[in-house]
Design a protein around this ligand. Structure first.
Ligand code: G1P
Length: 295
C-alpha cells in the first residue's frame, strides 16, 4: 500500500537578498501578491492538495510568518466589536488546527537541501511535499493538487517542471529526460544550475516536489554543490535510476516572485482575476498599454 501524502515542508529560511531593501526587516515570504502574502498562497495550495501537517523551516528574523498563522487577539477583538465578520473570517481561516503546524529553525542558510534535511525528524518515514513560496502558480487546479493526482497513479518522486529558455538553465534544477507520456516525463538524471551549453535539456524544476523519505539519506552526506550550497537537486539526482522519478509538466502559469519583474507580473495577473479589483485593474492596464503604444 502506498503511504498517503500528509506532510509538506515550506523552506522559508532564505535571506531574500534579491528583494532588498524590502526584505531587510520583513521575510520575503510575507511580500503580498495583491492582498495575501506569498507564504499564504503556498499554504492554501498545500491544503487544497490534502496536506494535513505543515512544517516550516525558518531562520532568524522570520517571526512574522509564525505570527501570520496565529491568533491576533487584539485585532480579532476589534473586528468583532466592529462587526467586521468578513475580515474576521479571513483571519480565522488562516489558523491551522493545534498540532498541525511545526516550525523548525535552520540555524545557517546552507542551501535548499540543508533546509529540507532539517525537517527530517518531523517528516519521518513517509512521503512529503516541498513548496517554495517564491514560485507562485496561477492555475485552475492548484499545482500541487495536479501533482498529487499523478502521484497517486505513478508513485515514487514527482517534481513540477516547465521549459525555460536555454539561456536560463543556470537558474534551475534541470532534467535529463527519458520517456515521455503526456505531461509526465521520466527523469534519468538531474543537474543543478547547469550552464546553457551543459544543460541536458531545458526542462526545469519549479518549486513543487513530492518526494520519498530516502532523499534524507542522500542529504545526510551534506556535500556542497552548485554555489557551495547543499542542493536538494543533487540528493534527488542520486535517486534517479533507483526508483521512480518523474517530472510533471503542470498546467498553469508560474511566476518567479523572488525576482522583482516576476513579482510585479504576478501582482498584475492575480489582480486581474481578483473579484473586487479585477475590473478596475484591467481598465488601468489597458490605459497603460494605450499610452505605451503612443511612446
Ligand atoms: C531552487 C532549486 C532549483 C529550482 C528552483 C525553482 O533554486 O535549487 O533546482 O529549479 O528553486 O525555483 P533557487 O531559486 O532557490 O536558487
Amino acid at each position: 500500500m502506498r503511504k498517503p501524502l500528509r506532510k509538506a515542508i515550506f523552506p522559508v529560511g532564505g535571506l531574500g537578498t534579491r528583494f532588498l531593501p524590502a526584505t531587510k526587516a520583513m521575510p520575503k515570504e510575507m511580500l503580498p501578491v495583491v492582498d495575501k502574502p506569498l507564504i499564504q498562497y503556498a499554504v492554501e495550495e498545500a491544503r487544497a492538495a490534502g496536506i494535513e501537517e505543515l512544517i516550516f523551516v525558518t531562520g532568524r528574523g522570520k517571526g512574522a510568518i509564525e505570527d501570520h498563522f496565529d491568533y491576533s487577539y487584539e485585532l480579532q477583538e476589534t473586528l468583532k466589536e466592529r462587526n467586521k465578520d468578513t475580515e474576521l473570517a479571513l483571519i480565522d481561516n488562516l489558523i491551522p488546527n493545534p498540532g498541525e503546524v511545526a516550525y523548525i529553525r535552520q540555524q545557517e542558510a546552507r542551501g535548499l537541501g540543508h533546509a529540507v534535511w532539517c525537517a527530517r525528524n518531523l517528516v519521518g518515514n513517509e512521503p512529503f511535499a516541498v513548496l517554495l513560496a517564491d514560485d507562485l502558480v496561477q492555475s485552475d487546479i492548484p499545482c500541487l493538487k495536479q501533482m498529487v493526482e499523478i502521484y497517486n497513479e505513478v508513485g515514487g518522486n514527482v517534481v513540477a517542471v516547465m521549459d525555460v529558455p536555454r539561456e536560463h538553465t543556470d537558474r534551475y534544477g534541470v532534467l535529463k529526460t527519458g520517456k515521455q507520456s503526456g505531461r509526465l516525463i521520466e527523469a534519468l538524471g538531474l543537474v543543478e544550475k547547469p550552464k546553457p551549453v551543459d544543460a541536458p535539456s531545458t526542462l526545469s524544476i519549479i518549486g513543487r516536489y513530492i518526494l520519498q523519505p530516502d532523499v534524507f539519506g542522500h542529504l545526510d552526506a551534506q556535500e556542497p554543490g552548485a554555489g557551495g550550497e547543499i542542493q536538494l537537486t543533487d540528493a534527488m539526482a542520486r535517486m534517479c535510476g533507483r526508483g521512480r522519478f518523474h517530472g510533471y509538466r503542470f498546467e498553469g502559469t508560474r511566476f518567479d516572485c523572488g525576482d522583482k519583474a516576476g513579482f510585479i507580473q504576478a501582482n498584475i495577473a492575480f489582480a486581474l482575476r481578483h473579484p473586487s479589483i479585477g475590473a478596475k485593474v484591467r481598465e488601468t492596464v489597458l490605459a497603460f498599454a494605450e499610452d505605451l503604444k503612443k511612446k
